[in-house]
Design a protein around this ligand. Structure first.
Ligand SMILES: Cc1cc2nc3c(=O)[nH]c(=O)nc-3n(C[C@H](O)[C@H](O)[C@H](O)COP(=O)(O)O)c2cc1C
Ligand SMILES: O=C(O)C(=O)c1ccccc1
Length: 360
C-alpha cells in the first residue's frame, strides 16, 4: 500500500502476480508495437500552460451521456478481474462507486452483473459486449444489464478474433479453473480453460465464439433489442467514426485495445483528433490506451475527448490491495489531473481545448 506514483502500483502488482497472468495483463499482440505507440503518442504531446487565471477553485467533474462523473476518467472494460484479486470486479466496483467513477464491465467479467451493480452503489456502470455467434446470449446479457441499472452498452468492434499474443502462447496461459466468465452460459466459456498448442487459449476461444462476419448493417439488429444507448469501441479512423454515428451510435471509444489487437494500428492519441473532427459534437468521444497520468487525461481532453478510460493500472491497483488499492489508484489520478488543471490554467474541464496542446 501507499504507492506514490503509477510505477509503484505496477511494481507492486508485478511482485504479486504469477508470470503467465502478468504476461496476459501487460502484453500486447505481435511485436507489441501498438502497445508502445500508445505511450509514445502521449509522451510526444506537450501542454501549453496559461497563467494568471484564477485556479483557486478547480473542479475536474464532468458529465457524459447525461451521467454526472467526479472526473473525466473511467475504467476500461477488462476481462476476468479475479485474475488480479479474489474479489474481482466487486472490489473494483466498490472503489469506483465510492469515488463516483464510471466502470465499464467486460462481457468476460468474473463476477455477476448483479453483484457488481450492488457494489457500485448507484455509481455509473456500462457493459461491454463482443458480438458472439450465439446472438441470443448477447441480448440476454444486455437485458440483464438494463435490469441491474447499467446505463449504456459498449460494443467492441476491433476484435473479429483475439489477436496472436506471443507472451500468452509462450507461457501457455489459460484462464484458471475457478475463474470464469460467469455471466455467460458455461457452454460458451469452457474452452477458455483448455490449453491449446500454438495459439493462446483466449485466441482460440475467441475464434470459436466471436462472429467475424458482422457488418455495420447488423448494428440495427442489436439496437432494436435494447433500450440502452450503444457506444462503439475500437474506432481508429474518421471514416468509421462517421459510420458509427450514421448507424445510431450514442458514442465512440477511440482505442487500439491497449495494443492487444492490430499490432501495426495507429496509437489512439494520434487517431483522436480526426475522430473528434468527424464526430463534430454529435456524440461523446471516449478514448483509451496508455493513459497513466493525470496529465495524459488533460492531453486527450485538449484534443477533444470527453472521457478517458484506464485499463491495466486498475488491475495493478486491484492486485496491490483489492478495493482499497483501486481506490488509491483512482485518487492518485484524480489528484494528478486536478494539479495539471491548476498548473495549466484550466479551472474547469470545459476550459480545456486544443489551444493547450502542441506536438512538442
Ligand atoms: C487484461 C485485459 C483484458 C481486456 N479485456 C477486454 C475486454 O474484455 N473487452 C474489451 O473491449 N477490451 C478489453 N481490453 C482492452 C481495454 O478495454 C482497453 O482498451 C485497454 O486496456 C486500454 O489500454 P491501457 O491498458 O493501456 O490503459 C482488455 C485489456 C486488458 C489489459
Ligand atoms: O484480452 C483481451 O484483450 C480481450 O479483449 C479478451 C477477449 C476475450 C476474452 C477475454 C479477453
Amino acid at each position: 500500500m501507499g504507492s506514490l506514483d503509477i510505477a509503484g502500483f505496477e511494481a507492486a502488482a508485478r511482485a504479486r502476480l504469477a508470470d503467465d497472468v502478468w504476461g496476459y495483463i501487460q502484453g500486447g499482440s505481435g511485436s507489441e508495437s501498438a502497445l508502445r505507440a500508445n505511450r509514445e503518442a502521449l509522451e510526444r504531446l506537450r501542454v501549453r500552460p496559461r497563467f494568471l487565471v484564477d485556479v483557486s477553485a478547480c473542479d475536474p467533474s464532468t458529465s457524459v451521456l447525461g451521467l454526472p462523473l467526479a472526473t473525466p476518467l473511467g475504467i476500461a472494460p477488462m476481462a476476468y478481474h479475479r485474475l488480479a484479486h479474489p474479489e474481482g470486479e466487486v472490489a473494483t466496483a466498490e472503489a469506483a462507486g465510492a469515488s463516483g467513477t464510471l466502470l465499464t464491465v467486460s462481457m468476460f467479467a468474473s463476477r455477476t452483473l448483479e453483484d457488481i451493480a450492488a457494489a457500485a452503489a448507484g455509481s455509473p456502470l456500462w457493459l461491454q459486449l463482443y458480438w458472439l455467434r450465439e446472438r441470443a446470449a448477447v441480448v440476454e446479457l444486455a437485458d440483464r444489464a438494463a435490469a441491474a441499472g447499467f446505463s449504456a452498452l459498449v460494443l467492441t468492434v476491433d476484435a473479429p478474433k483475439v489477436a496472436r499474443r506471443p507472451r500468452d502462447s509462450r507461457s501457455g496461459f489459460t484462464v484458471p479453473e475457478g475463474i470464469g466468465a460467469v455471466n455467460l452460459p458455461s457452454s460458451l466459456t469452457a474452452s477458455a480453460h483448455r490449453h491449446s498448442e500454438g495459439a493462446s487459449s483466449i485466441e482460440r476461444h475467441s475464434r470459436e465464439q466471436f462472429d467475424p462476419g458482422i457488418t455495420w448493417a447488423d448494428l440495427a439488429w442489436l439496437r432494436e433489442r435494447t433500450s440502452l444507448p450503444l457506444l462503439i469501441k475500437g474506432i481508429l479512423t474518421a471514416e468509421d467514426a462517421e459510420l458509427a454515428v450514421a448507424h445510431g451510435a450514442s458514442g465512440v471509444v477511440v482505442s487500439n485495445h491497449g495494443g492487444r489487437q492490430l499490432d501495426c494500428a495507429v496509437a489512439s492519441a494520434d487517431a483522436l483528433p480526426e475522430i473528434v473532427d468527424a464526430v463534430g459534437g454529435r456524440c461523446p468521444v471516449v478514448v483509451d490506451g496508455g493513459i497513466r497520468h493525470g496529465s495524459d487525461v488533460l492531453k486527450v481532453l485538449a484534443l477533444g475527448a470527453d472521457l478517458a478510460l484506464i485499463g491495466r493500472p486498475v488491475l495493478w491497483g486491484l492486485a496491490q490491495g483489492g478495493a482499497a488499492g483501486v481506490a488509491e489508484l483512482l485518487e492518485l489520478l484524480r489528484a494528478e489531473l486536478t494539479e495539471a488543471m491548476v498548473l495549466s490554467g484550466c479551472p474547469l474541464t470545459s476550459d480545456i481545448n486544443r489551444s493547450f496542446i502542441t506536438a512538442g
